[in-house]
Write a protein that binds this ligand. Structure first.
Ligand SMILES: NC(=O)C1=CN([C@@H]2O[C@H](COP(=O)(O)OP(=O)(O)OC[C@H]3O[C@@H](n4cnc5c(N)ncnc54)[C@H](OP(=O)(O)O)[C@@H]3O)[C@@H](O)[C@H]2O)C=CC1
Ligand SMILES: O=C(O)[C@@H]1CCC=N1
Length: 264
């Protein structure tokens, strides 16, 4: 299977890193394009794949063609490649807000289009993605995309209107989690821990907590209660987090994120 990426920035690089590491396809079967020569050189070295300046070459090469440019370049790129995309090609979007019907209209011919929403933990094989195919896609086509995405994490099939929510809860959420880890590490540094060690402690605590949610089946509130000893240290931290509005901050941030996705 030949996989093409139009655009090879943060998200495409994370996906390609996972695809290669997990041997979903060989590096020789991946072709990507970027806008600038400098980024092509950098990505060639970093990922060990072929790169080109020619988006049409990528579109003609790919069995699965992933549009990995910013949402505001989608229209320009689709118009540039539409006459070389074959009806057998599966076109994959990773952009928020760009609806299947809108892309179908721009391609001006019936094509297999799959909307997805990955996230950057794909780079370490721990991505979380959703997938939604249009009416031209068979279940095998959707399975093909799921198989690629399973190479760098977990994947679930959703209805199209759920994708905006996925942006908030997993597409964008690594950024909030990194802020949380950074803030915890800053506090540990303030109390005397060396910076590198503080990142290790904070990140491993987040990783372990996430695994407990996924693997114990217990409610997050119950897991929180298991940490909070009577008259203990944790409940004091929980009291301050509630006072400072952690839950409300997360709620409002995610509402802003989903709203923005719907406006793109
Ligand atoms: N970053 C993330 O966490 C996530 C991003 N996404 C989505 O992924 C998509 C890409 O985002 P991201 O990787 O962060 O963006 P980046 O800015 O990191 O990468 C964009 C890439 O597109 C290339 N590019 C720009 N214009 C063109 C063009 N006309 N033809 C070919 N290549 C072009 C750039 O080339 P050059 O480097 O030479 O400028 C660069 O390689 C977006 O739609 C985004 O919404 C989805 C989920 C998560
Ligand atoms: O910030 C963005 O728009 C993209 C989509 C999800 C994560 N990054």
């Amino acid at each position: 299977m030949k996989i093409g990426f139009i655009g090879c920035g943060n998200m495409a690089s994370a996906m390609i890193g996972g695809i290669i590491k997990n041997q979903v396809t060989a590096p020789a079967d991946i072709l990507a394009s970027t806008k600038t020569a400098a980024s092509r050189e950098k990505k060639k070295e970093e990922l060990g794949i072929a790169l080109t300046a020619d988006n049409r070459e990528v579109a003609a090469f790919a069995d699965v063609l992933i549009l990995a440019v910013k949402p505001f370049y989608y229209e320009e790129v689709i118009k540039e490649i539409r006459d070389v995309v074959s009806e057998d090609t599966i076109v994959v979007s990773i952009a928020p807000g760009k609806k299947l019907a809108w892309m179908e209209g721009l391609f001006e011919k019936p094509l297999k289009i799959v909307r997805t929403m990955p996230n950057t933990p794909a780079l370490v094989g721990e991505g979380m993605s959703c997938v939604c195919g249009n009416e031209k896609c068979s279940s095998e086509d959707v399975d093909t995309v799921c198989r690629i995405f399973a190479g760098f994490g977990k994947t679930e099939i959703v209805e199209e209107d759920m994708i905006d929510v996925v942006v908030g809860v997993s597409g964008s959420s690594p950024a909030y989690v990194f802020m949380f880890i950074e803030a915890m590490a800053d506090a540990a540094v303030a109390d005397g821990m060396p910076r590198a060690q503080a990142y290790r402690f904070a990140a491993q605590a987040v990783l372990g907590s996430a695994k407990m949610v996924l693997e114990t089946g217990k409610h997050p509130g119950e897991l929180k209660d298991m940490v909070c000893s009577q008259k203990g240290t944790t409940i004091e931290a929980v009291r301050v987090l509630e006072e400072k509005g952690l839950r409300s901050a997360v709620f409002e941030a995610m509402k802003a994120c989903v709203k923005k996705g719907r406006e793109v």
